[in-house]
Design a protein around this ligand. Structure first.
Ligand SMILES: Cc1cc2nc3c(=O)[nH]c(=O)nc-3n(C[C@H](O)[C@H](O)[C@H](O)COP(=O)(O)O)c2cc1C
Length: 327
């Protein structure tokens, strides 16, 4: 067990930032399962915030604790966005140094920044100088042929020197050309030991591990070696996992939240959002996996998929779909 692991470290368990997936409605749903999991926004680019066609930073206070993930590599722009985010109440700013998509590389941010540790350090320094909340970095273990442990070590060491204390490491490298973002989440092999080594070499940093983690047992196993665990796809596809997190990781007296309870807690929120003109489908598309492994899960999913997008679809669609499920 890492010596400096605070029992209630904010990032002990986090739901990963996922573009198009961890929207505000998704985060609200996830929050119904767990009080303590740290929820990340989708990546929002500094450019998008600055050119604001709409309010990218809006969220519901009930989603807390929430971290904003920023994409960018212009220190002044990132500093400005960090200030805005702190004013809006986010509890952490995270810089994306892990996304390999072409669009992101053209904008010179995401995983390609691993090759520019001094620039990342400058970005982090600028953001930190403007806010009190933690500025963290989400990265990979390497990119392309820069995949030695020394490369990762030097990256972390450089960014650490400006005072960054928290790193979340997706335990596989990214290939910047030739693989799609989806393939880059599946093909490069996972190397958890590298992330453990990082924690051993930087015991004063808070290191979280990410990539391919699916069960409470696996999470607990990783927490023997690092400070935090971040899970993405498994939570999205099977959110009932989140219902066990508070009891297993934060508070033995916390209740386990069932999917039915979480969905029931969503109903007032859905009604309120519908009355503000939000489409039902924009909310329930994140709830399709709620009953994975329960009887009726397929009917739940199918009924919502076939009906929630229809003009005027309301809360009765969710209530009818719930009728198909046996927990
Ligand atoms: C649909 C989707 C979108 C993603 N978008 C982002 C993103 O915006 N920023 C980011 O840092 N990582 C993004 N990721 C990567 C995840 O945060 C995470 O690192 C990756 O999925 C590995 O974790 P997992 O195996 O638990 O899913 C995305 C992943 C998925 C599946």
């Amino acid at each position: 067990m890492p010596q400096n692991q605070p029992h209630f470290y904010r990032g002990r368990f986090a739901v990963a930032p996922m573009l198009d997936w961890t929207t505000r409605h998704c985060r609200y749903f996830h929050r119904q399962f767990s009080r303590h999991a740290l929820l990340y926004t989708e990546m929002v680019t500094a450019q998008a915030i600055i050119h604001a066609k709409y309010d990218h930073l809006d969220f519901d206070a009930a989603e807390h604790p929430v971290a904003l993930q920023l994409g960018g590599s212009d220190p002044a722009q990132l500093k400005h966005c960090a200030q805005l985010a702190e004013q809006r109440g986010y509890q952490e700013i995270n810089l994306n140094v892990g996304c390999p998509s072409d669009r992101v590389q053209n904008g010179m941010f995401g995983a390609c920044l691993m090759a520019k540790p001094n620039l990342v350090a400058e970005c982090v320094q600028q953001m930190q100088s403007a806010v009190q909340i933690p500025v963290t970095v989400k990265t990979r273990i390497g990119i392309d042929d820069f995949d030695s442990y020394d490369f990762l070590y030097n990256f972390v060491q450089t960014v650490k020197q400006v005072g960054c204390r928290e790193f979340i490491v997706h335990a596989r490298k990214a290939w910047l050309s030739g693989l799609s973002p989806k393939q880059n989440r599946e093909i490069p092999p996972l190397d958890y030991e590298r992330v453990y080594q990082l924690k051993r070499d930087f015991p004063d940093l808070l290191i979280s591990i990410n990539g391919g983690i699916k069960t409470i047992e696996e999470i607990q196993q990783h927490l023997q070696h690092v400070d935090g665990v971040m899970v993405g796809r498994e939570v999205y596809q099977n959110p009932s996992l989140l219902g066990h997190i508070d009891q297993a990781l934060f508070d033995p007296n916390a209740p386990i939240i069932t999917p039915r309870q979480a969905v029931a807690r969503m109903l007032p929120y859905i009604e309120s959002q519908l009355s503000q003109g939000v489409y039902l489908n924009h909310i329930v598309r994140h709830m399709l996996g709620a009953f994975q492994n329960c009887k009726g899960a397929r009917q739940w999913r199918r009924y919502l998929s076939e009906n929630a997008y229809k003009e005027g679809a309301g809360i009765e669609v969710v209530e009818t779909a719930l009728g198909f499920v046996e927990e």
